[in-house]
Write a protein that binds this ligand. Structure first.
Ligand code: PLP
Length: 523
């Protein structure tokens, strides 16, 4: 494999790519795109500026000695560069996006329209509250929906992502334990948990103790009971869990946790499967984050902002952080400062400087209001139906670690069906790219060997699911027929083949170094 100056593998050097190499490196309409620093020139700009009149700079020693090393492009060149880059992104708007755990569903354009209304888009967090009553009312309304859907008591809207919501919920739990004056420093986390759960607990100084999973990936209340003690602060449990299964014993687990004086934090990232079907407050949950960007369809991935509001039970409601919306007789009031607190309100502090992701609040509420309660329930039902449709279409050729059990909104396969083929989960996922699909989630949850987690979401049609199932069935047949090269060499048709993903994650190269010193390059 040949590398370019930036250490990126170049297509041209790969003999096996295809029989025909192109001079440009482009493949049909798939354009090779160099870094902007590689294509930009000094002295070119998209705008015509008059030569400045003579002046005496007053920057003293701070004045630049070398010209600013910015890549210059004409306007059409700049437009092409960014449009081509944008086309290299696989997005929910370009095809089915089966990335399990991430809920990559359609983002209705109505939400975008609402978020761009000047009354929401153009307000400033430091504006006097009296000038933005509509925004406060929107936050109150969103909070009301979240509380109603979860059967909880209060909500903190400000956390900016699921992981941030976990931190918020666990900080409330920590504050509640400190208020009780108890030395509880252990948090129980099931083996199948998302990595953010143990990370959150550890960040707050808790010791993480792992709860072993049953063979089907669910949590056994007896295993939890065996680990409970006066040292345990909380359990962090995901429900539906990361194997796509509803934790059937969740009520027994909650009761045991409460009896031991601990709290129940629920990772609500999979809320999309149960909206309108189950209220977590009735299951014994004390705090749960909701990923608005998953369940309530605000765009995410590749840089879209998230929002992770946290709902609290009556046991933790008083500790919810500032700011929060208080409903008073005259209407909703945004409580931003300790000085405004009333008796019984003991927030642990605050998570963010201002109020959270207003744009996401607008999108999420637009999604809720346009669907209505019945529509939201149907979205959950359809998400579960679609996942089971995929499961039914593949269960005779792929293997399920949990046995042939109905799943929730995502279906989990392991790599058992690839035994003896020489094809791995990674190879299989890469071959999906050649077929025009973003791969499913791979190797997560960790409790399952070679895991493949598929979440089609409710917004796929039957025709789209049929094509997806047929594609995967075809790949399975090819793997079983011994066509190993197709998998090992995949992706063959993507602009980049296999990257050193570990190095990309651990040692990202975020600065550009000119191959020649700038003074020379500029000449
Ligand atoms: C997505 C997810 C998270 C983290 O949410 P972010 O918004 O990405 O921070 C946590 N737990 C589970 C199970 C998830 O799927």
């Amino acid at each position: 494999m040949t590398m370019n100056r930036e250490g990126r593998p170049t297509a041209a050097g790969e003999a096996s790519v295809s029989a025909i190499d192109t001079f440009t490196g482009n493949r049909a309409l798939q354009q090779e795109e160099a870094l902007i620093f590689e294509i930009g020139r000094h002295g070119t700009t998209g705008v015509d500026l008059d030569e400045p009149e003579a002046f005496t700079p007053r920057l003293g020693k701070l004045q630049r000695r070398l010209p600013l090393d910015l890549p210059g492009l004409s306007e059409p060149e700049a437009v092409r560069h960014y449009v081509r880059l944008s086309q290299k992104n696989y997005a929910i708007d370009s095809g089915l996006y089966p990335l399990g755990s991430c809920t990559m569903k359609h983002n209705p354009r109505l939400n975008e329209k609402a978020a761009r209304l000047p009354g929401f888009a153009d307000i400033h967090p430091l504006q006097p509250l009296s000038t933005v009553p509509g925004a406060v009312e929107l936050m109150a309304e969103l909070g009301r929906w979240l509380i109603e859907m979860t059967g909880m008591t209060s909500v903190a809207l400000s956390p900016k992502a699921g992981a941030h919501g976990e931190l918020c919920g666990m900080m409330a739990i920590k504050a509640a334990i400190e208020a009780r004056g108890e030395p509880r420093d252990i948090v129980l986390v099931p083996e199948s948990a998302h990595g953010t759960n143990p990370a959150t607990a550890a960040l707050l100084g808790f010791k993480v103790v792992t709860v072993p999973a049953r063979a089907d990936g669910t949590v056994d209340p007896e295993a939890v009971k065996a680990l409970l003690s006066p040292q345990v602060a909380a359990i962090m449990l995901t429900n539906p869990n990361t194997c796509g299964l509803f934790e059937r014993d969740v009520v027994a687990i909650a009761a045991a946790v409460h009896a031991a004086g601990a709290y129940f934090y629920c990772d609500g990232a999979n809320f999309n499967a149960i909206v309108g079907k189950a209220k977590v407050g009735e299951l014994g949950v004390d705090a749960m984050h909701i990923n608005l960007h998953k369940t309530f369809s605000t765009p995410h991935g590749g840089g879209g902002p998230g929002a992770g509001p946290v709902v609290f039970s009556s046991r933790l409601a008083a500790f919810a952080p500032l700011p929060f919306v208080r409903i008073e007789a005259e209407g909703p009031v945004l409580v931003e400062d300790k000085a405004e607190l009333q008796a019984g309100e003991t927030p642990f502090g605050r998570m963010v400087a201002f109020h959270g992701q207003m744009g996401m609040f607008v999108r999420a509420l637009a999604y809720m209001l346009s669907h209505g309660g019945n529509g939201l329930r149907q979205a959950s039902e359809d998400a579960v139906l679609n996942a089971n449709y995929v499961r039914a279409g593949l269960r005779d050729v792929m293997t399920q670690p949990s046995g042939d059990r109905t799943c929730m909104h995502e279906v989990l396969f392991d790599d058992g069906f690839l035994d003896g083929t020489g094809v791995t989960t990674l190879d299989f996922a890469k071959a999906m790219i050649d077929e025009g699909y973003h791969p499913m989630t791979m190797y997560f949850p960790l409790v399952v060997h070679g895991a493949m987690l598929i979440e089609p979401t409710e917004s796929e049609s039957k025709a789209s699911l049929d094509l997806f199932v047929a594609t995967l069935r075809d790949l399975v047949m090819k793997a079983k027929a011994g066509d190993v090269a197709r998998f090992r060499e995949a992706p063959r048709f993507a602009p980049r083949r296999r990257l050193d993903e570990t190095r990309a994650a651990r040692q990202p190269k975020l600065t550009y170094e000119r191959p020649a010193p700038f003074e020379q390059a500029a000449e």
